[in-house]
Design a protein around this ligand. Structure first.
Ligand code: NAD
Ligand code: UDP
Ligand code: UDP
Length: 370
């Protein structure tokens, strides 16, 4: 009796040049904030060779300065919406602007990056038998009706809003990942990243932590967008990178939430006093009392502003400004799966992470601490 040989399974080590354990790793978007920290960590392992492909839309060569010229490192100016031919064992696919002001700047380009860019990276993974990790986002949950958000929640996303190029783009990217996995046997990993902060964030990218820190350093008022009671969770970048590598090296496809569900319940009373000073905040709360009550024990933008003020510049003012459309009211990861499947949980508390970011921002803004 003849036995049929099973089809060859793609081996992540197929293209290793030296020893079995050597890895050639592509990081798309590696010149950006999270990508450059990931590259630092991957380069620490002498068995890794790292290729970065980036179009420098929101990233910069400066973030990778210390690796340029290193024999195990290569930087390619490349837009992922175009095909890419390289021979690699793993692909960390991060390329995509993450800050709302940048992804809304050219929404058609954002959706092309998410859809065509991910398709190209999957085509590449298929050709070379590489394992591919996509950095998806908590934005796939939209303005969530389930709280905190487990991976099983399908989300509440506006398909035609100004954020949709990003949210829906990432949702399609996730779909493509699973279709290539089912149809072509590609080894996939999906991380759903929640708000991340740390050194090398773009100073003027409009995200809340970078805005508040830059404002506090420049003695400008901290701009809390109304109503200020919306919540987020903030994960320090070293924890994020650790989670991404564990996901890539582990056996689970995901999607897995990676974020820091930490909170500051003690500041809640202060919050309420601040909010009640502002009439339009009160109106917003009246309109949605339920969601206001739901924030008990979570981390609001007012709390974040109070914390930045306390840690960085106690003299700075906090002012309420208009918000943008479709801003999710609350967001906090359920990280049970990351804990159980990856043995991962965040280690850096916001109060410890903010000062590290302050040092980096002061250097780049050339403003010394008094
Ligand atoms: P970032 O903007 O600093 O980095 C993105 C990088 O991708 C930049 O270097 C940019 O130049 C590059 N890029 C953009 N479009 C490209 C294209 N078409 N071709 C090639 N390169 C391109 O953002 P980040 O915060 O480092 O985010 C990295 C990834 O993590 C993104 O996929 C983002 O969606 C995801 N994410 C980030 C957060 C966060 O809080 N930072 C939250 C959720 C998801
Ligand atoms: N692709 C790429 N690099 C590769 C292989 C493919 O960028 O090494 C691109 C290719 O140009 C195509 C996409 O990935 O647009 C999807 O490739 P696939 O082979 O899955 O689909 P097909 O080319 O058959 O449409
Ligand atoms: N935000 C704020 N002040 C700012 C920038 C943002 O209060 O200067 C709020 C914004 O309304 C949102 C939250 O901070 O509720 C997080 O916004 P960010 O753009 O950082 O990330 P998002 O989670 O919306 O992608």
């Amino acid at each position: 009796q003849t036995t049929t040989k099973p089809p060859p399974t793609p081996s992540p080590l197929r293209f290793s040049k030296f020893f079995q354990s050597n890895m050639r790793i592509l990081v798309t978007g590696g010149a950006g904030f999270i990508g450059s920290h990931l590259v630092d960590r991957l380069m620490e392992n002498e068995k890794n060779e790292v290729i970065v492909a980036d179009n420098y839309f929101t990233g910069s060569k400066d973030n990778l300065r210390k690796w340029i010229g290193h024999p195990r490192f290569e930087l390619i100016r490349h837009d992922v919406t175009e095909p890419l031919l390289v021979e690699v064992d793993q692909i960390y696919h991060l390329a995509c602007p993450a800050s709302p002001i940048f992804y809304k700047y050219n929404p058609v380009k954002t959706i092309k990056t998410n859809v065509i860019g991910t398709l190209n990276m999957l085509g590449l993974a298929k050709r070379v038998g590489a394992r591919i990790l996509l950095t998806s986002t908590s934005e796939v949950y939209g303005d969530p009706l389930v709280h905190p958000q487990p991976e099983t929640y399908w989300g509440n996303v506006n398909p035609i809003g100004v954020r949709s190029c990003y949210d829906e783009g990432k949702r399609v990217a996730e779909t493509l990942m699973f279709d290539y996995h089912r149809q072509h046997g590609i080894e996939i990993r999906i991380a759903r990243i929640f708000n991340t902060y740390g050194p090398r964030m773009n100073i003027d990218d409009g995200r809340v932590v970078s805005n508040f820190i830059a404002q506090a350093i420049r003695d400008e008022p901290l701009t809390v967008q109304a109503p200020g009671t919306q919540t987020r969770s903030f994960c320090y970048v070293s924890d994020m990178v650790d989670g991404l590598i564990r996901l890539m090296e582990g056996e689970n496809t995901g999607p897995i939430n990676i974020g820091n569900p930490g909170c500051f319940p003690t500041l809640f009373l202060k919050d309420m006093m601040f909010v009640f000073k502002h009439q339009y905040a009160i109106d917003a709360i009246r309109r949605n009392l339920v969601s206001f009550l739901a924030i008990l024990g979570e981390f609001t933008m007012i709390e974040l502003a109070e914390t930045v003020k306390e840690l960085i510049n106690p003299k700075v003012e906090i002012k309420m400004v208009e918000n943008t459309p479709d801003d999710p009211r609350q967001r906090k990861p359920d990280i049970t799966k990351a804990k159980e499947l990856l043995g991962w949980e965040p280690k850096v508390k916001l109060r410890d992470g903010l000062p590290l970011m302050e040092d980096d921002f002061r250097q780049r803004l050339a403003v010394l601490k008094n």
